[in-house]
Design a protein around this ligand. Sequence first.
Ligand code: 5FX
Length: 536
Amino acid sequence: MAQKRQHPNDSTTAPRYLGLDFSTQQIKAVALDNDLREVYSSAIGFDRDLPEFKTDGGCHKNGDRVTAPTSMWVKAFDMLLEQMKSDGFNFGTLLSVSGSGQQHGSVYWKRGAREVLREGLNAAQTLFDQLNTSFATPNSPIWMDSSTTAECQKLEELLGGAQNVANVTGSRAYERFTGNQIAKIYKESSDVYNNCERISLVSSFGASLLLGDYAPIDYSDGSGMNLMNIRTKEWDQQALDACAPELKERLGPLAPSFHPVGSVSPYFVQRYGFSPDCKVIAFTGDNPASLAGLRLQEGDVSVSLGTSDTLFVWLKEPKPALEGHIFVNPVDAEDYMALLCFKNGSLARERVRANVGIQTWEEFSALLQSTSPGNGGNIGIYFFDTEITPFAIGEHRFDASGKKVDVFERSTEVRALVEGQFMAKRVHAENLGYDIGPTSRVLATGGASKNSAILQVLADVFNAPVYTLETENSASLGAAYQARYGLIYQSHKFQEIGENLPAYQLAAEPNADAAKIYTPLAARYKRLEKSVITSK
Ligand code: 5FX
């Protein structure tokens, strides 16, 4: 059964904005009213609601090749709309729709598919029945795929090295990035490539369904392909040529993430009662959409403390590096965002908690609070699993003199873990161009953001106030915000659309001497981290 939530006054005729999230495991819809309050949500889970596709976690894994059936997404979209219809959702109230998609995944439209999208859709039939033969390959590689190491090496070689690829495209070559995925398809299945007239990202694919035509790829999600120049916001011909021939025409144009790309196709007007004036705002990737959903501002960092930890950083002047990703900012195309993933998040925190022989987070907090900021100069680096940022593994402890030691006393160990994790985040954010300023805020989300002792360390290490917020569905919410913003971006700033929304909760403020302690300590952390890095 689909999950749904409906606000009692959903049947009103007041204007609505719709955000769709085509994520790895489900498609979700969130509708907002004019004050951006959520009035409706519904979701279709791929494994649960579409068992005929036999996906596990929304995908098929074959070694390091990971794909999803493209037509499953089409069918899920049909089901979602039918679900909304049977809930009595009034599609006619929608002024605009936008969406987000799992990043990097790609869809290969077959020659002739544009014609079907534009002219051939019959409102009496489902999209699935009419489009399931419109793909040059039935399987879309997704972000979990890691089978393109050879293609990554080739791209870096042809473009003059990893740092050069990062300088141009915002990231060094990554296996899951779409250019390398396309290169693999071209190399291994040239018939698929030759028979393909357009390549969409998952995001622009979703927009194309609504538009009844190929939607442009947006700047932010386009930054996750290793193909777009993040400064000129154009395809980089050298990168395209390194991946496959005649690629530019298959990718089509690019657009700012909040731009209207057209109105919904007559199919949706006739079948579901959309207004013919309902605008489609460019869809973007789930991480950029989440930045919008969190209502990040210039100077902000958001830290999601989950199984692994993720950082979004708002940047004016990006400095692409060998770790992390720079994307064009989804709500201000002149600015940028950085995305940093740290694999050793909560699992590492849980492991240290167990190692020091305690059972509860209360005891963990008590140990943390029994030590002083700066930990007497002791620094720990805990990469129990091979870390992504940086690429390194192992437990490393250094005393105040910089000497490697095997163990720390229990409370020192706990503080070393928490300070080490947050100094890593600060150092890598700074590496990409982040600069702590007087108005900087840290927005903390995820499981560990409930722990005030941990948040105090976060505030001290970043020397900025920490706020917390609920973000169960920041991607679909961000997409719905973009739907609204796309109608008014010419006269308003993105931040203005959220003016009536509840303020964030202040959770921790930095101690007066935080900068004095952590600026030099973070510099020391940086040097020590370098000394434990395994070169890729
Ligand atoms: C980002 O680079 C990723 O690969 C993931 O966060 C996907 O976007 C998840 F959908």
